[in-house]
Structure formats: structure tokens, C-alpha cells
Design a protein around this ligand. Sequence first.
Ligand code: SAH
Length: 238
Amino acid sequence: MTIDGVMGSPVNIFIFLILLFAPVQEDAYKVQREQMVEQQIKRRGISDKAVLNAMRSVQRHLFVPPSIAAEAYSDGALPIGHKQTISQPYMVAYMTQVIRPKPDMKVLEIGTGSGYQAAVLAEIVKQVYTIEIVPEHGRAAAARLKQLGYENVEVKIGDGYAGWTKHAPFDAIVVTAGAESVPPPLFEQLKEGGRMVIPVGPVYSTQTLKLIEKKKGKAVTRNLMPVVFVPFTREGQR
Ligand code: SAH
């Protein structure tokens, strides 16, 4: 085949066009992220600068299946496969703000899913540990986070009910699946003065997002808002 033949083949023209327009597409997503932050997140009262910046930085379109990348910045949860969802951007921002994230913190997340919430946390805090019960999601999220350069996130596949004793205690715990009650090991693994945010309620019904603070070893609980999360499952239940 001649050089001209290679250059002019339909496949190469296609690749050339993708390379040509990729930066344009990235800019379009950046604009969408800014709109998401302004219209969905700031407008609803999220004001923590670090949280807003993290929401501006993390490329949410890379955490959803490619077929729905165009919807990545819309105002809702999206399906990510295996009956699971990536939470609504506002909910991710809200849960991140409520734990009062600081650069020196070590945070545990239960329910890695796509890895998006972990990435948002990782933009702000020193270290994120995250546990996912669906192996396919855990593996995909770990690979994605690594590829995107998030070196301060460690993913474990397993039942998050037991927490992660090896790295405990945690400054904060973010649970992104609806539990029937607060798993005692998670409360135990929370530092004194630490904060846990967790949706609690019966399976397949609305849950209440709760903020639990550990004060003198006791749980001080505040109900935040009604929410709908996918269920917190236990090993052997799936
Ligand atoms: N935080 C995710 C979305 C979470 S959806 C994101 O940003 O994309 C809830 C996730 O919790 C699902 O992936 C589900 O498989 C997982 N999950 C449910 N029960 C769990 C458990 N006991 N331990 C760990 N992960 C669990």
C-alpha cells in the first residue's frame, strides 16, 4: 500500500477527525462542568470552595458508560451497569461538603461504584479508601482512577459493612448505598470528632440521609434530607 493509500483510508480519516475534535469536546465538557457547578450545586447552597473546585475538576464524563457520556453533567443519577448508579452531582457535592473535608484527612467510602465520589474526595483530602461489593465495578473503578492519576485512592473489593480495620480510624466515612441501619464496625472505625454521612432506611424505599458525629465515643445524629440510594447489600445477598 502506498503512503497516500494509508493516509487516505476511511479509518485514518476517522481517527484524524477524532484527534482534531477531541480537544473541542473536552472544552465542551469543561463548559458543562462549570454550568453544573453554577446551576445545580452553588444555586442549591453548596459553598465550600474546595468542594466546588473538585466538582469543576473531576471529569464526570469519564466515569459513566461512553454511550451516555453526553448526559454526564445532567442533574440526576445515571445507570453505570449491574443495577447500580452514579449519584446525582449535587448529592456528591452535598455529601462531600457535609463531612467538612480538609487536606490532611483520611476518608473511607463505602460503595465505590464508578469511582466518581472517590475522585471528588481525592481532589481535597490526603487519602481515600473505598470499598465496592460488585467486583466488576471495583476493578473498573480502580483502573479508571489509576489511569486518571488519582494515586491517593485505594480500592478494595468486598463487603463494606466491616469497614477497613487496617487503615482505621478515619476522619470521615461516606456511605453511598442505602443501609437499613448504621453498621457498627463503621461507627467504631470513625475517629473521635469524626463525621459519617449515610443514607438509612428500609430497602427499596426512600431513605434519610444522616450525619453521625462521634462525640466522646457516642453517636450524635442529625437527619439531613430524604434520599434514594441503591441498597447496601451484604456478601451472599447478591
Ligand atoms: N459512589 C458511587 C455510586 C455508588 S452506587 C459513585 O460515585 O459512582 C452504590 C454502590 O455501592 C454500588 O456500586 C454498590 O454495588 C455498592 N455497594 C452496595 N452494598 C455494598 C457493600 N455492602 N459494600 C460495598 N459496596 C456496596
